[in-house]
Design a protein around this ligand. Structure first.
Ligand SMILES: Nc1nc2c(ncn2[C@@H]2O[C@H](COP(=O)(O)OP(=O)(O)OP(=O)(O)O)[C@@H](O)[C@H]2O)c(=O)[nH]1
Ligand SMILES: [Zn+2]
Length: 197
């Protein structure tokens, strides 16, 4: 069940912020700003209205194919999915984010676009980069029942490039492994990472 975002409360809060900044929320350029921001939040935080189970259910289109019985070690890799997110510490934009998802199909394969939809929706939450990887891996595992999943993410955090320490061009890379085979087989982890890069 999709949760509703309280847009009226967001509008009031943004108006308060404009006043706190010493500006006039009634002036022409700002009159519609609280409404615009509330609408933008509804869009960019849509993932906060859904649980991981719901995302798995909505974007869980899978197929079964006899050919899959023959190949227990053939990775599927969906590379460089661009997403945006917002860091939960500063509400600052994470940008130039590229997500690569690899998994070993067991009996089911997931529709390729669904992987991108899952990554996109997980990004639309107040996040940590590490948690984006964990949540994508968890949802892909729920949908595919795969025993070997890896999520590689690289991205820039505006809270680190445009404020504070201001180190432009710094990128952060996170790697998330999930599943029994990934835990147990270090060769598989290495092979997978090599293929993803
Ligand atoms: N691990 C991790 N840290 C993050 C992420 N996004 C932001 N941060 C960090 O969260 C930390 C928050 O630190 P604080 O000391 O509480 O906040 P701050 O005073 O604004 O820190 P500075 O950014 O160093 O100015 C900072 O080091 C951020 O770089 C993320 O996705 N993962
Ligand atoms: Zn931040």
């Amino acid at each position: 069940m999709k949760r509703q975002i309280d847009t009226k409360l967001i509008e009031r809060s943004i108006r308060d912020i404009l006043v706190a900044l010493g500006d006039d929320p009634e002036r022409e350029g700002l009159k519609e700003t609280p409404k615009r921001v509330a609408k933008m939040f509804e869009e960019v935080f849509e993932g906060m209205t859904l649980s991981n189970d719901e995302i798995a259910e909505f974007f869980g289109t899978t197929f079964e194919d006899e050919a899959l019985d023959e190949c227990q070690n053939n990775f599927v890799i969906i590379k460089d999915i661009p997403i945006f997110s917002y860091c939960e510490h500063h509400l600052a934009l994470m940008y130039n984010m590229l997500v690569t998802v690899a998994y070993l199909p067991k009996e089911k394969i997931i529709g390729l676009s669904k992987v991108a939809r899952i990554a996109d929706m997980v990004g639309r939450r107040l996040q940590l980069q590490e948690r984006i990887g964990e949540e994508i891996a968890e949802i892909v595992e729920k949908v595919t029942e795969s025993e070997a999943i890896c999520v590689l993410i690289s991205g820039e955090h505006s809270c680190m490039t445009a404020r504070g320490i201001k180190k432009q061009g710094t990128t952060t890379t996170t790697v998330t492994y999930r599943g029994k085979r990934m835990e147990e087989e270090s060769d598989l982890r290495q092979e997978c990472l090599l293929l993803m890069k």
